[in-house]
Design a protein. Structure first.
Length: 256
């Protein structure tokens, strides 16, 4: 049996389990993604009701025999980042993407730190699209699906900044002639090189987002991301960025 003490972690997702418990998927620093049963966490007098929420920095204790563990203690160690409006939906997207791409019990401290930094960036007013693209890149690398950003597919020639490339998920960047006719997934070489160096320019948000959607769809399969559907459902309502009234975790749960 594995006994884990005082492990830094975040709740990625929670759902009801049996009469009064919750089934958690958490991202931990040293153990990767872990599934835990929080017994009695839905009870009216349980102190865990307000603790086991997404985005809250936690210290968790659990014991595990097999794939699923049992939570034995949880403490919130800091205030959660104030995610509101579009930043909240971006946070839900980050949680769902992490849940879908990471296998259980595959430790990766770099992903944990990048996740923590991404939440801070989203809450701190950083460019949302930039933060998301950089996290997607890190997560793909951690799961063995790293992007090829500095070499062309085939001969391995260096990416040329002014050339156009069709990024094909199963092959990598394939050079195309002309402008690419605005096809999704076609980007300038300079965009690939910038992403490789950890930079995303505002002018490239649209093309890079289309490219990353294509790559992620290839790895995630046909089941769409519930967080994207939820965001599209509320986006046309006319709410401003800081006025979208939502309990994000509950709304996401209803759309799954």
């Amino acid at each position: 049996m594995q006994n884990v003490q005082l492990q830094p972690a975040y709740v990625l997702h929670a759902r009801p389990f049996r009469e009064s418990s919750r089934l958690l998927e958490v991202l931990s620093r040293d153990h990767g993604r872990v599934g835990l049963v929080a017994r009695g966490a839905r009870g009216p007098k349980s102190r865990l009701r307000g603790v086991l929420q997404p985005f809250r920095p936690l210290l968790l204790n659990w014991r595990r025999r097999g794939d699923l563990g049992t939570l034995t203690h949880a403490d919130q160690v800091a205030a959660p980042p104030p995610l509101i409006g579009e930043a909240l939906y971006c946070g839900l997207y980050v949680n769902e993407l992490t849940l879908r791409l990471l296998m259980r019990h595959d430790p990766n401290t770099e992903v944990f730190e990048q996740y923590r930094e991404t939440l801070g960036a989203l809450a701190g007013g950083a460019a949302l699209q930039t933060s998301l693209r950089l996290y997607e890149k890190q997560l793909l690398e951690a799961t063995g699906f790293g992007l090829m950003l500095d070499r062309e597919h085939g001969g391995g020639a260096a990416i040329e900044p002014q050339a156009m490339y069709d990024y094909q998920p199963e092959r990598g960047p394939v050079r195309v002639s002309g402008s690419g006719n605005g096809r999704p997934g076609v980007v300038h070489g300079r965009v690939l090189l910038a992403l490789d160096a950890g930079h995303v320019d505002e002018a490239d948000w649209r093309s890079l987002r289309a490219m990353m959607r294509r790559v992620l769809r290839h790895h995630l399969g046909d089941r769409p991301l519930a967080s994207e559907a939820l965001y599209r459902a509320v986006r046309p309502s006319g709410h401003k960025r800081d006025e979208i009234p939502v309990d994000g975790a509950k709304d996401l749960e209803r759309h799954e």
